[in-house]
Design a protein around this ligand. Structure first.
Ligand SMILES: [Zn+2]
Length: 301
């Protein structure tokens, strides 16, 4: 019998339709497809629209159009399959699965309602001279038995300690499971959280290689632990890559039209221009010369 480690991996390109695709997404796509190709893996496309207030159907439509214009095709599903209606690969179509995961979590862990707001965390920081860290939350909500109604966050107590992993790009890494409190699994607006959705989706879709920006390094220990509590014995492998940043070092904003794929193509830039610029902005090449997606993938080889 072949062990899972010997099988070609499955990874995913998983944008959130909170705005248009930008150069940061394109850089992520180079890493996702490039690392998958290097080891004979496949790429899934997933629409991460768990945040129902920030995500918009028109953004998803534009995002799928931008992918087609760039010529980026996943092994599964096609952009047309997503346009056709409900999909296993769109988070807003799969709420029952996250609800079922929450029930499984509640059976083996302490899931509790929390009424701490940003102001509660800020007050703690101001009183103690440091941000809240470790298990629980500043308001001690785990012991309060609050009703889990809309308007309150649901958190899961995942115990303490660290989780480590061998990152394909960063090397050996580890960190605390509860770096800034117990993990939220449903937010105060009733949305399933990013952490719960990606852990459930990666498990059900057989994703065993997660390729994403290094801004998510600190979120990884909690996600490894959450997956284990939900029955995933072997965590996925991770590869965290550099982010495309503004010239001043700040993160790209989705509202930053200067890096919007659709806007740049509309303005007459070619697909090869954009791929070369994305590769340059994450340090894969020394100059932003135009290049094909195929050539960019070879940079990961
Ligand atoms: Zn709280």
């Amino acid at each position: 019998m072949t062990s899972p480690a010997e099988l070609p991996p499955t990874t995913r390109f998983a944008p959130a339709p909170t705005g248009r695709l930008h150069l940061g997404h394109l850089a992520n796509a180079i890493y996702v497809w490039g690392l998958a190709r290097r080891i004979g893996g496949r790429v899934l496309l997933r629409i991460e629209d768990h945040d129902r207030q920030r995500c918009r159907p028109e953004h998803e439509t534009a995002l799928l159009d931008d992918l087609d214009r760039l010529g980026l095709a996943a092994d599964e599903p096609s952009t047309d399959a997503l346009r056709a209606g409900r999909s296993s690969y769109r988070q807003s179509d799969n709420g029952a699965l996250y609800a079922a995961a929450l029930e499984r979590l509640a059976a083996v862990s302490d899931v509790y309602a929390c009424d701490c707001s940003r102001a509660t965390f800020a007050a703690w920081r101001s009183d103690h001279g440091a941000s809240w860290s470790g298990r629980g939350c500043p308001g001690g909500c785990r012991a309060r038995g609050l009703e889990p109604t809309t308007g309150l966050t649901l958190r899961v107590a995942l115990a303490h300690g660290d989780e480590g992993w061998d990152d394909r790009l960063l090397g050996s890494r580890s960190g605390p499971v509860a770096a800034d409190g117990d993990l939220p699994v449903r937010d105060r607006n009733g949305n399933w959280t990013y952490a719960l959705c990606v852990v459930v989706d990666d498990l059900r879709h057989g994703v065993d290689l997660v390729v994403r920006g290094e801004d998510l390094v600190d979120a990884t220990p909690a996600q490894i632990r959450l997956a284990r509590v939900l029955g995933r014995e072997v965590p996925p492998r991770f590869a965290h890559h550099p982010l495309v940043r503004q010239p001043d070092g700040s993160k790209l904003s989705k509202a930053d039209n200067a890096t919007g794929i659709g806007e740049l193509l509309d303005a007459g830039r070619s697909t090869k221009d954009l791929i070369g610029e994305a590769a340059f902005r994450v340090g894969l090449v020394a100059r932003p010369d135009p290049m094909s997606f195929e050539d960019a993938l070879d940079l990961l080889g």
